[in-house]
Design a binder for this molecule. Structure first.
Ligand SMILES: Cc1cc2nc3c(=O)[nH]c(=O)nc-3n(C[C@H](O)[C@H](O)[C@H](O)COP(=O)(O)OP(=O)(O)OC[C@H]3O[C@@H](n4cnc5c(N)ncnc54)[C@H](O)[C@@H]3O)c2cc1C
Length: 384
């Protein structure tokens, strides 16, 4: 196994790390406090090719590999976790199904505007009654006079309030569970399509999380992705990839917590010496560093498996990477507050934000319980 990054991957790491250090980190607190969408960051990331990392140059993408993408999300999230999820949801959740299941026309007319960051994308499967159980979808799509007519509400949609393009699931045949779902592209401005409630969240406060409301929303017949009935399959394919992005986001937050903790521990003095001299603090630092490195190996391995296209393998590894990295991030940010003591509990230092931001990585794109279901099913299949 070769652990050395390729020149291109090293270059992405350096570029995104420097952007995170110089531009994201200094402004992350402002965006967290104001809940403003960080347009300035998205604009610069678009210029850097990060809004279409893995998509071919033919569609204005940067044509890089999945490991480069994971590294980009990791480094960006190290500076600002909200910006990390904006990038991840856009690339993994909206662009991916259009690229893998769209027609040439979808790719030319829609994907090519998303890869440049000129348009922002979002992905909606979640509904009030369909969370972990995506088959519980109530939104419907009926074909009438050559148009799909959508009715229903999606909730908790990342980039929902800013997106030009939404890709969403809807029921096209009732009574047959997940086999009755199809997947559609909806453009902003389509009559009957609106943004509903904006969520006021614990963390990742600069990212937009909203409802999407469809009220007799008519879209062209050709805006279906894949075939009628392919919706669940497309959603699962998309989430298998998306989980690598969220795993990378969790990893970046954990690394930021370690960076801040090590610097603080060397600077803060109690009992006449830096707290870094106390074994209790050293053990926390050691555990954080070890777990983060283990998470990094798992995330990078999942990204490499995605590159091979071996779906069975990367489905399991992306679930493992997300499960492990998100729980590492939880533990690392928890320890970071402990190392900062009372100061860590205040907004004077960033570690309370890291703690809040990390929490969602155990929930979205499948909770930790759902990841364990995926990993267990895949592992048990190997023993038949
Ligand atoms: C900030 C944010 C951003 C989001 N972004 C998006 C987005 O862009 N697009 C989108 O479609 N969705 C998005 N979501 C939705 C997210 O993916 C769901 O919240 C998540 O999948 C869980 O669904 P739920 O909240 O309905 O919880 P539920 O499914 O109700 O789960 C509640 C609890 O029950 C557990 N549980 C459920 N089923 C099982 C089971 N079979 N076995 C064991 N335990 C189980 C869960 O693990 C959890 O602990 C976002 C959510 C948030 C909060």
């Amino acid at each position: 196994m070769d652990f050395k990054l390729k020149e291109e991957q090293q270059m992405v790491r350096e570029m995104c790390r420097s952007f995170a250090e110089n531009e994201l980190k200094p402004k992350a607190e402002h965006y967290d406090r104001t809940h403003e969408f960080p347009w300035e960051h998205v604009k610069k990331l678009s210029e850097m090719g990060i809004m279409g990392v893995v998509y071919p140059e033919k569609y204005n993408g940067a044509g890089m590999d999945y490991l480069s993408y994971a590294i980009a999300v990791e480094e960006i999230s190290r500076g600002c976790a909200s910006t990390g999820v904006i990038v991840s949801a856009h690339n993994s959740l909206c662009l991916s199904p259009i690229y893998y299941f769209g027609t040439d026309e979808h790719k030319e007319k829609i994907l090519s505007h998303l890869t440049t960051g000129e348009w922002i994308g979002c992905f909606g499967i979640t509904e009030p009654e369909a969370g972990s159980d995506a088959a519980g979808t109530k939104t419907t799509a009926e074909l009438k006079n050559g148009k799909w007519v959508l009715n229903g509400t999606k909730n908790f949609i990342t980039n929902g309030g800013v997106a030009n393009i939404a890709v969403v699931t809807a029921v096209t045949e009732k009574g047959i569970g997940h086999k009755g779902l199809s997947f559609f592209i909806v453009e902003k401005g389509t009559p009957g399509f609106s943004v509903g409630k904006t969520e006021d969240k614990l963390g990742i406060c600069a990212s937009s999380t909203t409802e999407l409301v469809f009220d007799n929303c008519q879209i062209p017949e050709g805006n279906i992705l894949g075939k009628k009935g392919d919706g669940f399959k497309i959603a699962m394919h998309t989430l298998d990839g998306g989980r690598v992005g969220i795993a990378a986001q969790a990893l970046g937050i954990a690394q930021a917590a370690l960076d801040a903790s090590a610097e603080y521990a060397k600077m803060r003095k109690q009992f006449g010496k830096p707290i870094a001299d106390f074994q209790a603090i050293q053990w926390m630092i050691a555990d954080m560093a070890t777990e983060i490195e283990a998470a990094r190996l798992l995330v990078y391995q999942a990204a490499n498996y995605m590159q091979t296209g071996d779906r069975q393998r990367y489905s399991k590894y992306s679930a493992m990477a997300k499960l492990f990295a998100s729980e590492v991030s939880h533990r690392a940010t928890h320890k970071a507050i402990q190392i900062f003591g009372g100061y860590g509990y205040t907004k004077d230092y960033p570690v309370e934000r890291f703690y809040r931001d990390s929490r969602i990585t155990e929930i979205y794109e499948g909770t930790s319980e759902v990841q364990r279901l995926v990993i267990a099913a895949s592992t048990l299949r190997e023993y038949k």
